[in-house]
Design a protein around this ligand. Structure first.
Ligand SMILES: [Zn+2]
Length: 595
């Protein structure tokens, strides 16, 4: 009898695409089925052939509803998966929002891409050829990981390129193709894109954290402008095997939702022959879970405990509970997003938020907060509501301008069962901590546009969080050169995004193909993250070692660091080792046998 195997099919030396296949002598389950997001070298990974036959899976176990954990589910269902998808009720409701939006966006993007290709057949052909070369390099990298072999030069270049910063200056004109040695560079989009990082890149990045992306950024001469004559002329053009087709459609997403089955926190259930799963609150977003598996490789065989951290939340974050501490496991897969980094203390975050709001009020200005729709927006509203209640800030009007955030907030309001003690106590005393006293939930685009004419001072919270698309970009256009405006970042700004450029002090940026001076104030708060920082991760891992020695029952035989970029992982690994743990950073598609 062979041992059980664990395949790292995503979130291995990168932060997205979370997907782990566990194979035993009697069952196969997938933990998470997430989409790769970020630059083109990340998103192309969604297109490589599946490493397994989906029809042979017994179940999919889902930690939470962010797209980088659930985003490939409709694809895998369409490819033949017909088992149950187990998730908490909160995750199921949020995943519904995320997956339908994702299917819709992919269809829109595909249509736009095809329109552009019809009008630029020569450039389209070159782009398709580059896409195919990149896909081949991705496949080579996956194969190298599977075999534990050194990657080919093309695959190594692909791996390096996938994390390469798009570091052109914001004013340097169209974003250049990323330079990936040995593999032809992938042009990010029709070359007239207005924002560093470009639409294709940006839209993919904006999928992260389940952000809603409106289709508001268009190249000046881009696919958004109808050119019927050219479309007709090019109508006969034949498209190559289609990397531009949607990975799945909204209809596929609807279909996949039928497979979801709710689980409750803390209740162990057999999810496949010999595999018992317990979901425990991960404190990351509503319904998020750490998944603990009790696994027997064969009937009556010895059991092993596997713990998948999912995304671990920040202790003390509002609304939801703190991450559940665990004490025993044989193997732990631990996220490592914030390896090497420590969040600002929450008292400091509150102080900066209050001060920023007061300054905006004094100057009769506008505060614009780009925010991810699920999790961050609800927490930010909660924090603002608390500051008003404490008399620390004036109750400026607050415009909530994100359809997905509004829907997510409804789900948060319904699930009082997931609240932490503080939020529950507020609720029971008649308070409404998920609602700000002076808030306006923006319904449609007309209302969104009308905000610019509102009486100042006021605040806007809009998606998405990295300024890569969505309604927030419309507000940015109005406010970028307004000295009375403040843009406040409360979340992580991905490398190469417009948000990152502004955060790093860019004096001018390119918007809609025009160079715009940055005259507004830029501020950032790091203390509202939805992820544990390094001390948080180490504290959680230390729960497995306290009072034990290597070799004792429940002392992990090995810890796998996943869901992190190589830099943070390299910083975190020695500190995990210092806890006495055997630590390993798996490669993409690496398989390990657990004995
Ligand atoms: Zn997440």
């Amino acid at each position: 009898m062979r041992g059980m195997d664990l395949h790292f099919l995503g979130a291995a030396t990168t932060v997205t695409g979370s997907q782990f296949l566990l194979e035993t002598g009697q069952a196969r389950v997938l933990v998470d089925c997430g989409m790769f997001q970020g630059g083109p070298n990340e998103s192309i990974r969604n297109r490589i052939p599946l490493a397994y036959d989906p029809a042979t899976l017994d179940a999919i176990l889902l930690t939470h509803a962010h797209l980088d954990h659930c985003g490939l589910i409709p694809h895998v269902v369409r490819e033949g998966f017909h088992g149950p998808i187990r998730a908490t009720a909160g995750t199921i409701e949020l995943a519904r929002l995320v997956l339908l939006d994702s299917g819709r966006l992919q269809e829109e993007f595909s249509k736009r891409e095809n329109r552009w290709e019809r009008r630029h057949p020569d450039r389209a052909e070159a782009e398709d050829a580059r896409d195919r070369a990149t896909l081949e390099a991705a496949i080579e990298l996956a194969e190298a990981g599977e075999e534990g072999a050194a990657p080919t030069p093309a695959a190594a270049a692909f791996a390096a390129g996938s994390r390469e910063v798009v570091d052109d200056a914001p004013t340097s004109g169209p974003a250049p193709a990323r330079s990936v040695p040995a593999v032809p560079a992938v042009p990010l989009m029709p070359p007239t894109s207005p924002v560093p990082g470009t639409i294709r890149d940006a839209r993919e990045a904006a999928y992260a954290e389940g952000a809603h992306v409106a289709t508001t950024i268009e190249p000046v001469d881009g696919p958004g402008r109808p050119d019927h004559e050219a479309e007709l002329r090019a109508a006969g053009h034949e498209l190559k095997p289609d990397l531009d087709a949607p990975l799945y459609t909204e209809r596929d997403a609807v279909e996949s939702l039928r497979r979801f089955q709710p689980v409750s926190y803390g209740v162990e259930e057999e999810v496949a022959p010999g595999i018992h799963a317990t979901y425990l609150d991960a404190g990351h977003i509503l319904g998020s879970a750490i998944i603990r598996l009790r696994v027997a490789d064969r009937p009556g065989g010895p059991e092993r405990i596997l713990v998948f951290s999912g995304d671990l939340g920040r202790t003390g974050a509002p609304i939801i509970a703190d991450p559940t501490p665990l004490s025993d496991a044989d193997y732990v897969l631990c996220e490592s997003t914030y390896g090497g980094r420590e969040h600002q203390p929450s008292a400091e975050a509150h102080r900066v938020l209050a001060e920023t709001v007061r300054l905006v009020a004094e100057h009769r200005g506008v505060l614009l907060v780009p925010s991810f729709a699920i999790g961050r927006t609800q927490e930010l509203v909660w924090e603002l509501d608390r500051l008003v209640s404490a008399g620390e800030i004036p109750a400026l009007p607050l415009y909530l301008d994100s359809p997905m955030a509004a829907k997510a907030s409804d789900i948060y309001r319904r699930h009082t069962d997931y609240y932490d003690a503080e939020t529950r106590a507020l609720f029971e005393s008649g308070d409404t901590p998920l609602d700000y006293p002076n808030q306006v939930v923006v319904a449609d685009m007309a209302q969104s546009q009308a905000i610019a004419k509102a009486h100042r001072p006021y605040m806007i919270v809009a998606s998405n969080g990295m300024l890569t698309g969505g309604r927030v970009v419309n507000h940015l256009r109005n406010l970028i050169d307004d000295q009375a405006a403040t843009i406040l970042f409360v979340g992580y700004q991905g490398e190469g995004t417009l948000g990152r450029h502004l955060q790093e002090g860019a004096k001018s940026v390119r918007l809609d193909g025009q160079v715009r001076a940055v005259r507004c104030r830029i501020a950032s708060i790091s203390g509202f993250s939805a992820h544990a920082d390094e001390p948080g991760l180490l504290a959680w891992l230390a729960g497995f070692t306290q009072g034990k020695h290597p070799g004792d029952p429940g002392f992990p035989r090995r810890v796998f660091l996943v869901h992190g970029d190589p830099g943070p992982q390299a910083e975190l690994a020695p500190k995990v080792a210092a806890l006495g743990l055997d630590v390993h950073v798996p490669l993409w598609h690496e398989a390990v046998t657990l004995d």
